[in-house]
Design a protein. Structure first.
Length: 117
């Protein structure tokens, strides 16, 4: 089993910044992809950004140029630096990782980000 703990969410004014962290623990042999997803009220969960073990990244068009995903493989931790936040970025942000040869997926419980106008 893998446990994920997200932190760093909160309330911020439009134009501000937040940094999310996702720490993985448990039966970890190799974490492959680490990613951040978000779900706004009444909307489907969507991919925000993901990063491979080797550092290749992928971003949603809506966050390109504003958000940066990174990871520390030694600490099994992923980060999401969010700049120039907009009210439409308001959502619960979830961390997701894929682990091992079978790419088992695990989700965190989420952290709320609220951007006020």
């Amino acid at each position: 089993q893998v446990q994920l703990v997200e932190s760093g969410g909160g309330l911020v004014q439009a134009g501000g910044s937040l940094r999310l962290s996702c720490a993985a623990s448990g039966s970890i042999f190799s974490i492959n992809t680490m990613g951040w997803y978000r779900q706004a009220p009444g909307k489907q969960r969507e991919l925000v950004a993901q990063i491979s073990r080797g550092g290749d990244t992928n971003y949603a068009d809506s966050v390109k140029g504003r958000f940066t995903i990174s990871r520390d493989n030694a600490k099994n931790t992923a980060f999401l630096q969010m700049n120039s936040l907009k009210p439409e970025d308001t959502a619960v942000y979830y961390c997701k990782v894929s682990v091992g040869a079978g790419n088992m997926h695990y989700w965190g419980k989420g952290t709320l980000v609220t951007v006020s106008s």
